[in-house]
Structure formats: C-alpha cells, structure tokens
Design a binder for this molecule. Structure first.
Ligand SMILES: NC(=O)c1ccc[n+]([C@@H]2O[C@H](COP(=O)([O-])OP(=O)(O)OC[C@H]3O[C@@H](n4cnc5c(N)ncnc54)[C@H](O)[C@@H]3O)[C@@H](O)[C@H]2O)c1
Length: 322
C-alpha cells in the first residue's frame, strides 16, 4: 500500500499554477512532473516547483512512478489527455467542466471505468467552507423546506479578453453553480430556460452574460446569473453569491465579504478561501484510501448536460427538458 501519491499536472495556466501550490501543501502528495505546450511557462514552473517538465504530456504519462494527473488544459481540450491518462493507468483530477460535449464527457468516464482509475471533477465550490455550511444547513432543515436557489457568479470585464472566445460564461462560470445547485438541492434538473443579456460589447461569438432558470425534479426553482462585466476597479474582482429560500427562512452567502476589508486609495476585499488545498487533499485521500471521490465523472456529465441545455435554450428562447 502506497503512502504518497506522485502527481503530474498537465496545463500550467491560471488554475494549473494554483494546483501546483495546492498539492505542495498536501502531506501525502508529491508533485513530480508538469507539462505545458508553452515552453517559457513550462521552464518557469519546473524551476519554481523543482519538478520534471514535458512539452508533450504523453511523455509525462509514460512515467511509471507517476500515480495521478491533474488535467488543467482549456475546457475543450480535456478529453484526449484524460483518456490517455486513464489508459496509462493514472488516476485523474480533471478541471471543470469535465468537457464541453456529452460525447467527450462520456468518453472520459468510460476510459476511467475501463482502466479502473479514480476520476474526480474539480468542482471547487464543494470545498469552500461557506458552500459546505449552506449544504449542511439545508440538510439540517434550518430553512424548513427548500423552495428556491439563486446563484450569482461574475468576473471582471477583462476575463473576456483572456478567454479570447474559447468558451462562454456558461462553461466557465455557470457549470460551478449548476453543480452546486444539484449538490445542495439533492435533486436532478428537469428543465432549463436561459436568456442572454448584452451588458458588455461581445468581442467573440460566445455568451457574456446569462440568466438561467432551472426547475428541479423535487420542485425547487434555481436561478443562475453568470457574466464577465465587472469594472476593472471592482473592489473584489469577482461577485459570487448564493441565496437559499425555504419555508422557514433564508440563507445568504456572499463571497465578497469574507470578514476582511482594506481601505487605502480604494476599498479591497482579499480572497481568503483555500478550497483548492481541500480539493487536492480529497483527491489524494480518495486514491490512497480507496474511498469514493467527492465529485464524480457522472457529476461532471450532469452539470455539462445542464450547460448544453442552457446553450440550446439561448438559441431557441424556449425551455429545454433534461
Ligand atoms: N476550479 C476553478 O476554480 C477554475 C478556475 C479557473 C479555471 N478553471 C478551469 O481550468 C481549466 C484551465 O483554465 P485556465 O484558466 O487555467 O486556462 P489557461 O489558459 O490559463 O491555462 C491553460 C494552459 O494549458 C496549456 N495547454 C494547452 N494545451 C495543452 C496541451 N496539449 N498540453 C499541455 N498544456 C496545454 C496552455 O498552454 C495553458 O498554459 C479550464 O477547464 C477552466 O474552466 C477552473
């Protein structure tokens, strides 16, 4: 029985760098190899993390001493590295969304099942204490019977240019809250209606701001507001909220006001949560202790089905049945 998991990270952009830092703080994990097609980024990361670097991730996967990989490539480029990682016998933590098509999501799940490796989806909200508290509060019945859920997830206006049209707000932001709604409500979605707004000029043919209304099988109504339109000088750089309404009361979750406010030439709210470390630890624990992963490939597939239904609704202006 192994006591340390040797990890490789494929894709060293915004979240790949954060995964390097997170895994370095997990006791039973050892980051041993990283991969990126960007050679400058790769060289900087290997120097910083003291790991082996590969431009071609297939060479990373060939390492026999590697047990598991994080796939942190862009949204539409998860399927092939995940399938090849499974075939190489590596356990997989794949970033959200698991994929941008149902076929890709199913291929990833089938490959992991066939190779009998763990497959976890990086639904980071499940590791924020605030969201865990909200779920537990619903489960305890604090709010009575849950009636509705409102989620907001918005980013700075500069995000659009960073993404350069590779994906819209539903895949980048909405999928987080679609997953968290299923997780908290404990029911599957029945239908989705989605409309888009044009708060910012669209430089790319993807949605910049959407409102999705979801009916769940147990009667709960969800509403998600997703966008990247916040001004560059926004004091937090993001706006993440969750409102739960029940027959007994309400719960308001506000990730901007986490308890520290700095006032200098402008007001600033530092981002305090460290959920990626908890997510990395949960992945390591599930592999080394052979316990279920907290967010499965099927969870990833179901959230992606919601994204695809919302995208269809944007086109038809009609509710889509799931
Ligand atoms: N969980 C979260 O909170 C969170 C936050 C941000 C992004 N994400 C998700 O993480 C994934 C990556 O997003 P990002 O913002 O870090 O993107 P990014 O563009 O910052 O980084 C992606 C990296 O992948 C590299 N890459 C592309 N193809 C590759 C290949 N074949 N082999 C090796 N490297 C390759 C790119 O060179 C780049 O460095 C996306 O699925 C995104 O939705 C999750």
């Amino acid at each position: 029985m192994k006591d340390t998991l040797n990890i490789g990270i494929i894709g060293l952009g915004e979240i790949g760098q954060a995964h390097c830092d997170a895994f370095s703080q997990v006791g039973r994990a050892r980051l041993v190899a990283v991969s990126d097609v960007d050679q400058t980024r790769l060289a900087e990361t290997t120097a910083r993390t003291k790991t082996r670097g590969y431009v071609d991730y297939r060479e990373l996967l060939a390492h026999r001493d590697l047990d598991a990989v994080v796939i942190a490539t862009p949204e539409q480029a998860h399927a092939i590295p995940c399938v090849l990682a499974a075939e190489a016998g590596k356990h997989i933590l794949v970033e959200k969304p698991i994929a941008t098509t149902l076929r890709d999501a199913e291929n990833i799940i089938e490959a992991a099942d066939a190779a009998r490796v763990k497959l976890m989806v990086g639904f980071t909200l499940r590791f924020f204490p605030q969201y865990i508290y909200a779920k537990q509060s619903v489960e305890r019945g604090d709010l009575g019977q849950l009636v509705s859920v409102f989620a907001r997830r918005t980013n700075l206006i500069t995000r659009q240019e960073k993404m350069k049209g590779r994906t819209g707000v539903l895949n980048f932001l909405g999928v987080h809250d679609f997953d968290v709604m299923r997780w908290i409500i404990g029911s599957e979605p029945e239908s989705i209606f989605c409309e888009q707004a044009t708060s910012v000029p669209s430089a790319y043919p993807v949605e910049n701001e959407t409102f999705a209304i979801i009916r769940f099988q147990n009667g709960v109504i969800g509403c998600g507001h997703f966008g990247w339109f916040l001004p560059e000088n926004h004091p937090a750089g993001f706006d993440f909220k969750l409102d739960l309404t029940g027959t007994n009361g309400v719960l308001h979750l506000d990730m901007i006001r986490q308890g520290v406010e700095i006032n200098t030439h402008q007001t600033h709210y530092p981002y305090l949560a460290a959920p990626l470390i908890a997510e990395a630890k949960a992945f390591v624990d599930s592999v080394l202790d052979n316990t279920p992963v907290p967010a499965t490939g099927i969870d990833g597939l179901r959230a992606t089905k919601m994204v695809i239904a919302a995208q269809e609704s944007l086109q038809s202006h009609l509710p889509v049945t799931l």
